[in-house]
Design a binder for this molecule. Sequence first.
Ligand SMILES: *[C@@H]1O[C@H](CO)[C@@H](O)[C@H](O)[C@H]1NC(C)=O
Ligand SMILES: *[C@@H]1O[C@H](CO)[C@@H](O)[C@H](O)[C@H]1NC(C)=O
Ligand SMILES: *[C@@H]1O[C@H](CO)[C@@H](O)[C@H](O)[C@H]1NC(C)=O
Ligand SMILES: *[C@@H]1O[C@H](CO)[C@@H](O)[C@H](O)[C@H]1NC(C)=O
Length: 725
Amino acid sequence: MIKSSTRSDIIRWQQMWDFILSISILCTLSKTVAAWQVDLAPTTLIHRVEPDSEHRFLGNTTVPDYFKILLSDGDSLIIGARNAVHNISLTSLRENRKIVWHSSAMDKHSCGSKSKSLEECQNFIRVLVKKNDNELIVCGTNAYKPKCRTYRTSGESSYEQVGPEESGVAKCPYDPKHNNTAIYTDGKLYTGTVVDFTAREPLVFSAPLRTEQHDSQVLNDPDFVSSYDYGENVYFFFRETAVEHINCGKARYSRVARVCKNDRGGGSFLRPDSFTSFFKTRLNCSIPGEFPFFFDEIQSTSEPGLGGYKASLNYNERTDMIYAVFSTPQNSITGSAVCAFKFSDIIDSFNGQFKEQASPMSNWLPVDLADTPSPHPAKCVNDSKLISDRTLNFIRRHTLMDKAVPAYGGGPLLLQTSFVSRFTQIAIDWQVPAASEDNLNKVKYYDVMFVGTDDGKVLKVINVGDKEIKPVIIEEIQVFDSKTTIVNLKVYRKPSEGIEKLVIVAEDEIKTIPLHRCHLRKTCGECVALRDPYCSWTENRCENSMEHAQNVVTGKHPACGTSEPPIVVEEDNILPTHIPRQPANVDPTIPNHIDAVPPVGGPLTGASQSAPCSKQYSVAEMAAATVVCIVLSIVIGFFIGYRASLWRNKRSNDPPTYAMDKCLGTPKMQNRYNTDPQLNSETQHYFSPEVQKQLNVVLNLTPKTQNLPNGGVESKVHKVKKVYL
Ligand SMILES: *[C@@H]1O[C@H](CO)[C@@H](O)[C@H](O)[C@H]1NC(C)=O
Ligand SMILES: *[C@@H]1O[C@H](CO)[C@@H](O)[C@H](O)[C@H]1NC(C)=O
Ligand SMILES: *[C@@H]1O[C@H](CO)[C@@H](O)[C@H](O)[C@H]1NC(C)=O
Ligand SMILES: *[C@@H]1O[C@H](CO)[C@@H](O)[C@H](O)[C@H]1NC(C)=O
């Protein structure tokens, strides 16, 4: 038996163990983390916010548009789409101007002859930057032959092309689904993308410099997420296959990399057209503990801003930082997290030690400071042409920093394990003032996080904890249907006109919703129980203000009397009707839903309350959830073990040559690290398709219990589906 177990068997077993471990870790975490992050059911579930049609932008309704926010420029939003750029007014979501750019018939024809479909052979605009006040650089996939153009605003409502069309290779991807990033700063365009048709050769590029070619230590199958200009560097956020983990199996890690803006390339040793300042480090978004649990795949970042992961009382407590959304790998159990990072911690990591692997079989270890050239190679220098050969040689072999960037606050600010959804996007309303819980005259500032999911929802979250992290999900809003992924989020404010709203972008649709719905609360108790920093209770209404009764930390306030209000209110079908508009500081263009909503509140009534998270968990419920979770993992574990033993039996009955071919054949082994999605798809999954299918059946049991009457084990199982850890 043991003899017949080949190397790939061992790897399969390892992978299975990893999987079972991760399930049990998540299950036990639900206990330990519950102590660490409590109050995780949203205080409000909003099933449908139906905006007025003028706050909806649809683009082309018959074909996929692949919307992508490329620039937000004052009161307008520039969206890249299929054969078009839309300049949209943020106040009305109406189109201001438009660029229409179709690929030429010749480019489409040659695209078709590379066996791409008609739909793929369109021009998807993926890069747009502002060169100066009236010129834009625009790059599109141009039927798998990337091109860039320069446009100038012309007249009231159009654009005109200026100058010649240029190649967009290394600036824009070939495929609209590819994850690229671009930023224009100090007169230079910086891009992170791929340079070839097959998307095998990634790079960071800023003419004339690029990252080293064919070097997996530089970039290893990255998915770029965003890029920002900070200080004397340009920073790139992405996830990639971790070269330091390759000896123990394939893993994706989240990274931040940077280059110096004044890099001019090296002198003699390094290729003169390579960056001398490209370094990267890992972002650590993990649940602390003896064995930290990592959320390794960065999905998106907010824009950088001045804020704090916890409430701040004064200006000095703020710091330059960025929020990001992470998830577990696609083929593992679905978990998502929000982590924040201080720029000072990122810079510390780049000022620290490098990581290196002395030989291909040895471990990755920090480089002794004594062996690191001085001045520190990751510091920007005035003239990179003067860097010594010794330092250039060091730089060439060391791109990775040793110390991962720690999460600000020590760990994730929000966690979710769910079989149905993942976080995809995040936008921050920085430092929103709220009445302080202990002193009416004091104001506390909160960073309000808006988190988008792949099932059309937006969560509005704050951290009310001080020493430890205590997230509160204020609202969970179903903005799009549950099959729609949110691809961009943006907070838009125009204080001069009292406009503040959230812009939500899906691949084919854009919507805006107000940042808060204070006015839906009709009593003091409801208003305070919402724990929304935007809202507070004056004498007779809940309004957007920071000066009256509010307690974001506990959701209770003496001004509201002693009667305990229901904490959760559920609104269904908030449909706009023709209601006279409210005066005051409400965005006049936003339909007022206030009176359209049936009076909220009142005790929750039995069976009609099917929402799984419509209550805060009692200890008993939490315990039951944990038990169900553990039972589930035992069942899955047993099932996997059973299947695996069937495999093994089958395998040992096979002729030995078959086993040898399948398991020791080098091509198969190498494919684990191959970037070709087709070759890789097999190893992407821990389980064979049939097992996967069965597993899905097990996992899908939970939603099916939805219709069962409340009470009994079923409803407990149902609750597990959406545990916010
Ligand atoms: C978008 O359109 C508005 C209104 O016409 C204009 O003021 C603005 O400059 C445009 N933005 C860009 C980046 O073209
Ligand atoms: C781009 O990123 C998205 C979201 O993280 C992912 O689903 C998609 O597969 C990525 N695209 C490619 C071509 O890898
Ligand atoms: C990541 O952060 C956690 C929690 O602070 C810590 O325990 C862990 O050692 C860190 N891991 C790495 C690789 O830095
Ligand atoms: C780099 O240039 C700046 C300004 O030109 C100068 O102040 C600084 O001393 C220079 N640094 C080095 C290391 O030469």
